[in-house]
Each structure stands twice: as structure tokens, then as C-alpha cells.
Design a protein around this ligand. Structure first.
Ligand SMILES: CC(C)(COP(=O)(O)OP(=O)(O)OC[C@H]1O[C@@H](n2cnc3c(N)ncnc32)[C@H](O)[C@@H]1OP(=O)(O)O)[C@@H](O)C(=O)NCCC(=O)NCCS
Length: 276
């Protein structure tokens, strides 16, 4: 496909917000429209400092991002990004990345320099986008954030989430989106290791050592793992939850996701340090 034929731009029209319903339904496998964020809400956010960015191919909407202005716990204005969706057949082409860059441009013009959002820490593709390609960081883990969720991607497991903070005006982020590699810690200790097992990839937790940097493996293809072996998926949910909560409580942050193969990827956590 000619990628130049794809247009990414902010949405402004009611009929465009209506088209977001279909993208949400197809992305999250929603059987009816009860769970979609309605067009009037997207429109009202857009009219009041929010930003909805769409991706179009041949006039058809194939993805969008949606966020609104909020306050963080220190009452500082932030931009809260709530949805990023690309239709399955258009994934892996850089559209998610490009929509985040368009969102960043729009948010900078509002004079806001933090965008945050949550995602499932076991979704490796999202993690790569959020940390490695965009330069987000995370210091916060929410256990079963939304309670039980009913859509196809989230059903059946506790809805744990990482809070991503994207400090969009820092040199670190400018360098990373400009193509520079993220600075890696010299030595790091592997705390959570993926071990191939007869029924799929098993999580092995080693000692929670207080090293300067630690590594946590996750499986790649978590949706398939969930379908094939729900007990094992839950084991991963709990193992990663324990390790991340332990280290966040002790001042570590997620710096990036590294060593990404078709089977596993590795979170790198670093203690303290200067983020800008
Ligand atoms: C998350 C999502 C928006 C990403 O969109 P996308 O257009 O596929 O993302 P990009 O193409 O920009 O990919 C970003 C990086 O992740 C990588 N990636 C994409 N799919 C991957 C996969 N299945 N496994 C591993 N990495 C993957 C890409 O290779 C790319 O890195 P690269 O450019 O170095 O190759 C899309 O997968 C999606 O809609 N998922 C379902 C909804 C969702 O989870 N939304 C986010 C929470 S609201």
C-alpha cells in the first residue's frame, strides 16, 4: 500500500466523530455500541481543549486518537490521552506512532508539556510504541484499574494498567523521536525471566535485588497466549504486577522496552535519575 495515501489530521466534524464509533467497535471487538465513546462526547472534548486525531485511507477512517485536558495530582494541567486505535489490517505501519506525534504537536500548542495515558503492560506492541519509540516513562502501576472489562481484548483477566508519562518538551523525548537511541544502563540484573515451557512461556521470578537497573521479560503476543492458556496468562499478570509494584515502590521507573523478538521483550527499569 502507498503509505503516502494515508492522511493524518485533527477531526473537527460531527460526522467524523461518528466514524470513530466503527473504529472502536472493530478495534475492541464490541458486539454492540454500548461501550463506545459517543460522538457527542468526542465533539464536546474537541470544542473544549481536547484533541481527536484521525487517520484516513481513501476517505475511510482507519484509526484515531482521543484525549482531553485534565489536572494531575499536583493540579498541573496535563493532556490525558484516552484512546489510540488502528484497525487491525493497518497495524505495524507506523500509524499509531504518527498519530502520537500529531497529538504531541497539538498539545504543545496548548502550552501543556505532559501527556499521560494507561495501557496493559503485557501488550508488547503498545509498550514498544510507548517507551521505546515515543520516550514515555512509567512510575505507576494500577491494579485491576477498570475492574472487569467486557471487550474482546480485555475480557477474562484483571485490567492492570501502567500509567505512561510522556514529557513531550524534554530533550530526552525530542532526541528519542528524532531517532536517537535511549541511553542504556551499563549492567542490569534480570528479575523476571521468560522460560520456554511445554504449555507456553513461563514467568520465572528471581530475587528482587536492589541493583541500579533491573530487567523484566514479557511474552510477545499476549492476546494469543490468553486464548491458548488463560491460567498461564494470569500467572504472567501476577508475576509482572509483583515485580513492577516492588520496584516502583522503591523509586525505579521504566526506561524502555528492549530486546524485542517475536517471542519476548524486556522492560528495563532504572532507579531514580534525571529524565530530561
Ligand atoms: C496500539 C496500536 C494503536 C498501535 O498502532 P500501530 O499503528 O500498529 O503502531 P505502529 O505501527 O506505530 O507501531 C509502533 C511499534 O510497535 C511495533 N509493533 C506493532 N505491532 C507489533 C506487534 N504485534 N508485536 C510487536 N511489536 C509490534 C511496530 O513494529 C512499531 O515499531 P517499529 O516501527 O520499530 O517496527 C494498535 O496496535 C491498536 O490499535 N491496538 C488495539 C487497541 C489498543 O491497544 N490501543 C492502545 C490502548 S488505548
Amino acid at each position: 500500500m502507498d503509505e503516502n495515501a494515508i492522511i493524518i489530521r485533527p477531526l473537527t466534524e460531527m460526522k467524523e466523530f461518528r466514524a470513530c464509533h466503527t473504529v472502536q467497535a472493530k478495534t475492541w471487538g464490541l458486539k454492540d455500541m454500548e461501550e463506545v465513546i459517543p460522538d457527542h462526547q468526542l465533539f464536546t472534548a474537541h470544542r473544549n481543549g481536547g484533541l481527536v486525531v484521525g487517520a484516513f485511507h481513501g476517505g475511510e477512517m482507519i484509526g484515531f486518537s482521543y484525549g482531553f485536558v485534565g489536572l494531575n495530582h499536583q493540579n498541573k494541567p496535563i493532556f490525558c490521552s484516552h484512546i489510540l486505535a488502528v484497525l487491525p489490517q493497518y497495524r505495524g505501519m507506523g500509524l499509531g506512532y504518527k498519530m502520537k506525534l500529531a497529538q504531541r504537536e497539538g498539545v504543545l500548542t496548548k502550552g501543556i508539556d505532559i501527556i499521560n495515558w494507561t495501557f496493559d503492560p503485557l501488550e508488547a506492541a503498545n509498550a514498544k510504541l510507548n517507551f521505546t519509540k515515543l520516550g514515555g516513562i512509567s512510575t505507576t502501576y494500577y491494579i485491576n484499574h477498570y475492574g472487569e472489562m467486557l471487550d474482546e481484548l480485555n475480557r477474562g483477566l484483571p485490567s492492570d494498567r501502567l500509567l505512561v508519562e510522556w514529557h513531550i518538551n524534554t530533550n530526552r523525548v525530542k532526541d528519542i523521536i528524532g531517532g536517537k537511541d535511549i541511553k542504556m544502563p551499563g549492567e542490569a540484573f534480570k528479575v523476571l525471566e521468560l522460560i520456554p515451557g511445554t504449555n507456553g512461556p513461563e514467568p520465572l521470578i528471581r530475587e528482587f535485588k536492589a541493583e541500579k537497573a533491573v530487567l523484566l521479560d514479557i511474552p510477545v503476543g499476549f492476546q494469543k497466549l490468553k486464548k491458548d492458556n488463560k491460567d498461564l496468562a494470569l500467572k504472567w499478570r501476577l508475576a509482572l504486577r509483583n515485580a513492577l509494584c516492588h520496584y516502583f515502590d522503591r523509586g525505579y521507573y521504566i526506561n524502555c522496552l528492549n530486546n524485542i523478538t517475536d517471542k519476548k521483550a524486556t522492560y528495563i527499569l532504572v532507579k531514580g535519575g534525571q529524565l530530561s
